[in-house]
Ligand binder design. Structure first.
Ligand SMILES: Cc1cc2nc3c(=O)[nH]c(=O)nc-3n(C[C@H](O)[C@H](O)[C@H](O)COP(=O)(O)OP(=O)(O)OC[C@H]3O[C@@H](n4cnc5c(N)ncnc54)[C@H](O)[C@@H]3O)c2cc1C
Length: 463
């Protein structure tokens, strides 16, 4: 298309969007409008996304109008509640902020939660407190429940109960033609298979329902050690993962800045930690994690018996928007040699600006799962390895690729196929999470249900 033709198309789209705005109960912001810059901002502040418009629908009818108008005018639609996974080019995209869909209903008898597209995990966990049931929520309360549930969703419960996507029982959405559907295993098994892992590509989801699991009493927390214990700690984590297939485990190393906002004893230090979660009480949990305590006196220890409402305190991650570049990989390494290699790579990468690394052993129920009803129903890799370079400025992220190089080299010797889609970094496609036959099946479904590619996802199906 010539530059002149592109300008004509853009002007036509702008006039369509102005017309759309006049028909919505909710709001729609265009470039230049007051509030557009606030509305387009992603949680990852390093991403400068400039969508054709930002829509804040008030109800399902608004979502239908947005999708139909975009489809009729050659625009795409991407739903982005927060923007942890932001990074796609949004020039020809209407970005939907689904904050009006704020339902949280817990049905204890049926052991099902019903959650709207605008709800982050923190609210769901608070609603579950005291119910005796747990949801398979991840480490951060500010992650959106629907986004996480549509794309795998790995929690400290995963080795007991599997990923969150297979636990999804119903999805209410507006499809690429603007029709409303309630999708279940019985109503549309092929679409349900895809929504359970590759979900963002098939509609604007307004509400989901998912199963809840037993977890009356939980024991766990974070044990933090000095960095000279790091490789012994990661080896012990791998050994525990093998001997205790239901224990939730996440190893981390972090270079804490020497800044007043960082509390002692972390300020200016490099520390190694492990997050643990045992479904059960103190006696059993404390005994199971004895090999970790045997490594020496920790710098800090937050292990305790707690309820599901306090789950986010285990990882105690920051919840404010930040500037970051992420890197991730699946790995087949599960032994002392790969532990040493990853810790060495962390130190080498730190010299080039790396902030943190995380290793989560898979196995347990993740390996026993099935892909019959969920594209993300089973994970074959032994572990996930993730890392980040975190701000303070855009300039400090410029060397991120150099910082990630030692990690690429470390995992190259323990390659693994498949990953959890929520863990994919900005360079990845869904082809890095699913095998080629699953990608072919997803492409066929996408071509059938959304041939004009109206619904955009955070990650493409393939390069
Ligand atoms: C600090 C932090 C901790 C994390 N911890 C974990 C963890 O423990 N386990 C884990 O598995 N992942 C974890 N993640 C990854 C997280 O699950 C993904 O980034 C996920 O995409 C959710 O991010 P979000 O809430 O910002 O959603 P967004 O980035 O806003 O959305 C992600 C994508 O989901 C799709 N989507 C979202 N809502 C809808 C909808 N209503 N309809 C259709 N499509 C939709 C879209 O394609 C969208 O681009 C973490 C991320 C961060 C930043």
């Amino acid at each position: 298309m010539s530059a002149a033709d592109a300008t004509v198309v853009r002007m036509a789209q702008a006039s369509t969007l102005i017309d759309l705005r006049s028909r919505l109960t909710g709001s729609l912001l265009l470039p230049g409008d007051d509030g557009y810059d606030d509305a387009r901002r992603a949680w990852n502040l390093a991403v400068d996304q400039r969508p054709a418009a930002v829509a804040i629908p008030a109800d399902v009818a608004d979502v239908q109008q947005i999708v139909r108008s975009a489809a009729a005018n050659g625009l795409g639609v991407l739903t982005q509640p927060n923007g942890h996974s932001a990074g796609a080019d949004l020039d020809d995209v209407v970005l939907i902020r689904p904050r009006a869909f704020d339902e949280v209903t817990i049905d204890v008898d049926r052991r099902v939660a019903r959650v709207g597209a605008g709800v982050n995990w923190g609210r769901v966990l608070t609603a579950l407190d005291g119910s005796g049931l747990v949801a398979l929520a991840g480490s951060n309360p500010e992650v959106n429940t629907v986004a996480y549930s549509l794309a795998g969703g790995h929690s400290l419960f995963a080795r007991s109960y599997g990923l969150q996507s297979p636990a999804v029982t119903a999805v209410e959405l507006v499809d690429a033609s603007g029709e409303v559907a309630r999708v279940t295993q019985d109503s549309d098994p092929e679409l349900m298979w895809a929504l359970r892992g590759a979900g963002g590509l098939f509609g604007v989801v307004t509400t989901i329902e998912f199963s809840l699991f037993d977890g009356d009493e939980l024991y766990g927390g974070k044990l933090t050690f000095t960095s000279d214990r790091a490789s012994d700690l990661l080896s012990a984590v791998f050994e525990l993962a093998r001997s205790e297939p239901t224990l939730g485990l996440a190893f981390g190393m972090m270079n804490f800045p020497d800044a007043p906002f960082v509390p002692e004893p972390m300020r200016g230090k490099t520390l190694a930690s492990v997050d643990v979660l045992h479904i059960g009480g103190f006696a059993g949990g404390n005994q199971i994690i004895a090999p970790l305590r045997a490594l020496g006196t920790p710098v800090s220890d937050s292990t305790a018996v707690f309820g599901i409402g306090s789950l986010a305190e285990v990882a105690a991650e920051p919840t404010n928007p930040m500037l970051y570049e992420d890197w991730s990989s699946a790995s087949s390494g599960y032994d002392a040699t790969s532990a040493q290699r990853l810790v060495d790579a962390f130190f080498e990468a730190s010299a080039a600006g790396l902030t943190r690394i995380e290793v989560r052993p898979f196995g347990g129920s993740l390996l026993a799962g099935s892909r019959d009803h969920a594209v993300a129903g089973r994970i074959d890799a032994a572990s996930y390895v993730g890392a980040s370079v975190i701000g303070p400025s855009l300039e400090s992220l410029a060397a991120a690729e150099r910082a990630f190089a030692p990690l690429d080299a470390a995992v190259a010797s323990t390659p693994a196929t498949g990953d959890v889609p929520t863990f994919l970094d900005g360079r990845a496609t869904l082809g890095d999470a699913f095998d080629p036959s699953a990608i072919a099946r997803l492409k066929a479904l996408k071509a059938q249900r959304d041939p004009s590619d109206v619904i955009r996802g955070a990650r493409r199906l393939s390069a």
